[in-house]
Design a binder for this molecule. Sequence first.
Ligand code: PLP
Length: 398
Amino acid sequence: MPDNVSSTTPLSPATATPLSPATLAVVAGRPPRGLDSELNTPVSLSATFVGGGSLGQASLGYGRFANPTWVALETAIGELEGGRALVFASGMAAVSAAVHLVPADGTVLVPHGAYNGTHSLTGLLAAQGRITVRPVDITDLDEVRAALAATAGPTLLWLESPTNPLLEVADIAALAALGHEHGAVVAVDNTFATPLLQQPLELGADVVVHSVTKFLSGHSDVVLGAVVARDEATLAALSSHRTFHGAIAGPLETFLALRGIRTLPLRLERSQASAADLARRLLAHPAVTRVRHPSLPQDPGHALAASQMSGFGALVAIEVVGGAAGADAVVDAVALWVPATSLGGVESLIERRRRHGNEPAVVPEDLLRLSVGVEDVEDLWRDLSQALDAALAHRGTV
Ligand code: PLP
């Protein structure tokens, strides 16, 4: 894990030395230190908080408005991303709150290969006549520039980098500048990279979105989301969306997510090293026709990822012989890898993404997404390579 220092959060008022993201993951969002103070913010299960009188203005108020356990997680994610965070009931609740930053009749530019939930939500809003949606290839600056120029009125430029599951890499700084030239709000779904590998606000984005369910929580036992913004007006709009649409986080999930963040640097370091190792080995397997991982020098996103990210991440996508049947045969043949959707946990998962009816058509039928966990890489390779042999029986059938 590169020890790049990007946070400006001081260790204490007495020292202004900024902490590295790996340290912030451990220390951010702790209660104030004092004799017998708790090391961890506890799970706060109050539905309401004592207020009234002169306390009324400053109090947390009610459990749908705020919660001390949320505040601890929000502090940690905010410090890691370099902005102010709000937690939501799920990554989709966070995506939805950010998409609603664009007013009715506005336009959302969405990556053609974005996460399928984002496609489905924006498609639904478009079908209801609330917004216009334009899919764009976010690896093509000219295409995005032309789409922005052809768009009138309020615009949201939605970026995801690397994308799920094609692992395409967007030039966030260049795209944020382009978006701002056209008056667009620029949002980045940073779920795949995490703030440890990429900090979109620093690259010029206005809003960052997370499925906290994934790497941040890290143990496949929580569904949660977060949005991070840098300016007060955006934060207020997101907060009011959360309060009145009501997609609030459960305090226990919030506690678990913060506990997960404490080990994010270690988990990510292991997972992404194994992902890069497996990506190299997969290139040589006869059942594999294409490997997508930004660590590979031949990957189209390699140079950009190397300059914009401090690591290449723990997701790998492969295409295999035998089309969808070949890919399904691989999923059926694994024993250690878990055939399941989701990603970013300590356990390695494998999934053919087009099995979902709402997966964008740009995703190949034979694409398998691999979320590399923290198991021993030799065990992972042995299981994956024997499972890939199953696809060879389907070779030549498509
Ligand atoms: N964004 C990305 C990139 C995702 O992969 C996902 C879920 O897979 C989401 C958002 C939605 O998150 P959640 O499942 O926590 O609602």
